[in-house]
Design a binder for this molecule. Structure first.
Ligand code: NAP
Length: 270
């Protein structure tokens, strides 16, 4: 007979492992203990008005992850879309995970950049802020400003974007304290980021894909790919849906960009 303790253990719900994607709940546990949605709406190249609508439609469809950046010039629109959704009562602030990025020209005054993003978004805290690009001359100082903002309760998680060499990632983390929760790099079936994904896994850092569908103006190459089209036809799905499902199964958080209400809905039905 099994000892009681191990029986009890086998009945207890399994603990989630850091970095493991849960496709049922649509979340991943970050290395700071925070759960993050794995599928979101991207806002690159959207006007403030378009971003407001895309964010609102996405939240209505069930998305809980939003990706913007100071340099997109639409944080105000993103904030309005969130507020509309909250005002209409189908989502609460706590259920939404908002990401924005600090632009390189702001790295010398990180604290001011963080406060300005909070103000434009109309939020008391940001769920994730990432440095938009590697910039060795001052990205450590910018990252340290984000670390301080986590301590101050202005940011919940911090990470990086556009760090493509393991040595560059290590340069930054060896000079700072909090391990990046994620790294957002160009990643899609033609550019799978395998080396960086293997490297960051030792820190519990996860990959987030920008250009998940190949990027605005370039999506047709991926959509018409023979293998992707064949999988789509076999499963009664669109190429976009197959690619997004691939990201999640490969362990990439995906943030497809769209200003089209039907595409936004389609991209969530995967
Ligand atoms: N960190 C960085 O440096 C960086 C760089 C680039 C992007 N990003 C982030 O990553 C997000 C995603 O990248 P992205 O928006 O540039 O490119 P993407 O998601 O790869 O592709 C967006 C394009 O796909 C189209 N699209 C979306 N869903 C579709 C569907 N179901 N069927 C057909 N077409 C569809 C969109 O057009 P419609 O509007 O017509 O749907 C748009 O033209 C950005 O929005 C941004 O948040 C970050």
């Amino acid at each position: 007979m099994e000892p009681e303790s191990s029986q009890a253990e086998s009945e207890a719900p399994a603990e989630k492992a850091v970095g493991e994607f849960d496709l049922e709940s649509g979340t991943v546990l970050l290395n700071n203990g925070i759960e993050m949605p794995i599928l979101g709406i991207g806002c690159f190249r959207l006007s403030s008005e378009e971003a407001e609508n895309s964010v609102y439609w996405a939240l209505k469809d069930g998305y809980r992850l939003i990706d913007t950046a100071r340099i997109y010039g639409n944080e105000d629109g993103v904030g309005r879309g969130i507020q509309r959704a909250i005002d209409e009562g189908f989502v609460t602030r706590e259920e939404i995970f908002v990401t924005t990025k600090m632009w390189t020209s702001d790295y010398d005054d990180g604290p001011a950049a963080i406060d300005a993003s909070l103000q434009r978004l109309g939020l008391d805290y940001i769920d994730l802020m990432i440095l938009h690009h590697s910039q060795p001359e001052n990205d450590v100082a910018a990252y340290q400003a984000m670390e301080q903002a986590v301590t101050d309760g202005k940011l919940r998680s911090i990470g990086l974007s556009n760090y493509y060499e393991p040595e560059d990632f290590d340069r930054l983390i060896s000079a700072t304290t909090m391990k990046p929760a994620l790294i957002q790099n160009e990643t899609h079936p033609y550019h799978q980021s395998t080396v960086m994904k293997e490297h960051i896994a030792q820190y519990g850092t996860v990959m987030e894909s920008w250009f998940p569908l190949g990027g605005r103006g370039n999506t047709q190459t991926l959509f018409n790919d023979e293998a992707i089209s064949a999988i789509a036809a076999a499963h009664g799905k669109t190429s976009a849906q197959v690619i997004l499902r691939w990201h999640l199964q490969a362990g990439n958080i995906a943030i497809p960009g769209s200003s089209n209400e039907a595409h936004i809905q389609e991209n969530f039905e995967i």
